[in-house]
Write a protein that binds this ligand. Structure first.
Ligand code: HEM
Length: 510
């Protein structure tokens, strides 16, 4: 009896606790946006949201319009779905709308990392220095050397150039992850291996092992972020975290060559601030995650869209050949490897447009801010809404703008030149309700949390495609196979992944 009573008491306490945490006792105030609490009041819409975020938010947008609040887990989330009004969120001062609280909680739960006081300032300063401008020249060079080490290995040469058949997603993600990882976290030192060739071989093997461990973590990630892993998955995620902490540890990094300024400096800042080394190791995993989880999947979609759209493929091949010609380079048997520089990558407007179009269709982050004080959201149509301290404000640009047919006619079709003007320059004029949009494509987020790696990531995508088209003939195993669907469990986390892989063949051209 005693134990039954205890169970009932525990149940009662946890239900009351859950109700409290889930916020079902709160009241809305006049002027607040419409609230949608879901079929079971205390559960809100959390299950529906998690199952298919895009579908759910699209349904809410159709039901409530430009602004609505949804009870999700412990919080009221107010979603803004009018892109003309995004500025009132992304440009708001941090004293009113802050992202750090939210990000710190997630990072502690998912990566076991406890943040520094000035965390974000350090990240921004070092990203500006090393992932943009002059820093990008160095990173482009490092990326190119590593891409060529991985791409041109075991592909034959001379008369022996067999077709290699594999999954396009597995291939693209693998190559881009490994080259990006080596470019940022450095190479095996040839001083320890004796020769450069041996060091390159170790780079290939080691980065491949790391990729497959990364993929395991990647697949657990959506449930991990929502805090709903089963017991065995939890054990696996703990094991994987330890693998990454050890592989990327400050101690092991000391013996590597060519570590990027980005990684080096951020480690140094933490050491200078007195952060313990085990916590610095955890931060290294966080950097790996932020830098390698999105670009590989995006590279897959880009190459797939090109392979499924011959007109796009031809235009970009012509552009690539033109840029090579202009720099006096030619891919030929026994010839030197391509020297692809940052400058060359600034002369590819058609590829730029195809990258932007790919991200429009396949990058779908949720941008979230914590409301730090009672405040008013001013909508573009002049209406004002009161938002309470402790709530959350969120934007899901994918349904709000990226696939809005009014902004992008035929929104689910890949049009490689959608972001080109008739004179061939970058198109930035997109309209809704007759008004020009400032925020028309947001794969990188916006405002202070906008992805600091966006220029490097764009370069990585362009380098990968540039080299693939220059070195290889490519074809889909079944050219009529449909483009796979999007794995809906990952809405909100950045680059989307396909529901299944698609087989392709590639073979050296020279
Ligand atoms: C296609 C590839 C990529 C996509 C779509 C992407 C997208 C994003 C998005 C949506 C955010 C969050 C923005 C927000 O909350 O407002 C973000 C944050 C971040 N990204 Fe990227 N990213 C990509 C590649 C990269 C790369 C290559 C790096 C580094 C080399 C990187 C480093 C980061 C970091 C450090 C953050 C956290 C920023 C902060 O806390 O303020 N990302 N990224």
């Amino acid at each position: 009896m005693g134990s039954l009573f205890q169970i009932l008491l525990a149940l009662f306490i946890s239900v009351i606790g859950a109700l409290y945490l889930l916020g079902s006792f709160r009241r809305r105030r006049p002027g607040e946006p419409p609230l949608d609490k879901g079929p079971i009041p205390w559960l809100g819409h959390v299950l529906e949201f998690r199952k298919d975020t895009a579908k759910f938010l699209q349904r809410m947008k159709e039901k409530h319009g430009d602004i609505f609040s949804v009870q999700l887990g412990g919080f009221y989330f107010t979603f803004i779905t009018d892109p003309l009004s995004f500025g009132s969120v992304v440009k708001e001062a941090r004293t009113k709308l802050d992202f750090t609280k939210f990000a710190e909680l997630l990072v502690a739960r998912v990566f076991g990392y406890h943040s520094l006081e000035n965390e974000h300032k350090f990240l921004q300063a070092s990203s500006t220095k090393h992932l943009m401008g002059d820093g990008l020249v160095v990173m482009t060079q490092a990326m190119m050397c590593n891409l060529q080490n991985l791409m041109l290995h075991s592909v034959g040469s001379g008369n022996d150039k067999p077709w290699q058949e594999t999954g396009l997603f597995a291939y693209s993600y693998n190559i881009v992850f490994r080259a990006g990882y080596l470019a940022l976290f450095g190479n095996e030192s040839h001083k320890s291996t004796g020769t450069l060739e041996k060091a390159k071989e170790i780079d290939r093997e080691h980065s491949n092992e790391l990729f497959w461990e990364f993929r395991k973590y990647d697949q657990l990630f959506p449930n991990l972020a929502y805090g709903v892993l089963g017991p065995s998955e939890k054990m696996e995620s703990e094991r994987l975290k330890r693998v990454f902490w050890s592989t990327l540890s400050v101690q092991k990094m000391r013996s590597r060559d060519n570590i990027s300024g980005w990684v080096n400096e951020q480690q140094q800042v933490r050491a200078d601030q007195g952060m313990q080394e085990f916590m610095q190791d955890r931060y290294m995993f966080l950097l790996l995650w932020a830098s390698q989880g999105n670009t590989g999947p995006a590279a897959f979609w880009l190459l797939l869209y090109l392979m499924k759209h011959p007109e796009a493929m031809d235009s970009i091949k012509n552009e690539v050949e033109r840029v090579l010609r202009e720099t006096g380079q030619e891919v030929k048997p026994g010839g030197p490897l391509i020297d692809l520089t940052r400058d060359m990558l600034l002369k590819t407007p058609i590829l730029d447009s195809a990258v932007e179009e790919t991200l429009r269709l396949t990058a779908a982050p949720v941008l979230t801010r914590a409301v730090m004080q009672d405040m008013t959201i001013n909508m573009a149509n002049g209406q004002e809404y009161k938002i309470r301290e402790g709530d959350r404000v969120a934007i899901f640009p994918y349904t709000a703008v990226q696939v809005d047919p009014e902004v992008y006619p035929d929104p689910f079709t890949f049009k490689y030149d959608r972001f080109l003007t008739p004179d061939g320059s970058k198109k930035t004029d997109f309209y809704k309700g007759g008004k020009k949009l400032k925020y028309y494509n947001m794969p990188w987020g916006a405002g202070t949390t906008m992805c600091p790696g966006r220029f490097f990531a764009t370069n990585e995508l362009k380098q990968f495609v540039f080299l693939m088209l220059s070195y290889f003939d490519l074809e889909l195993k079944n050219p009529n196979e449909e483009i796979p669907g999007i794995d809906i469990r990952r809405w909100g986390f950045g680059s989307m992944q396909p529901t299944k892989d698609i087989q392709f063949r590639y073979r050296l051209r020279f």
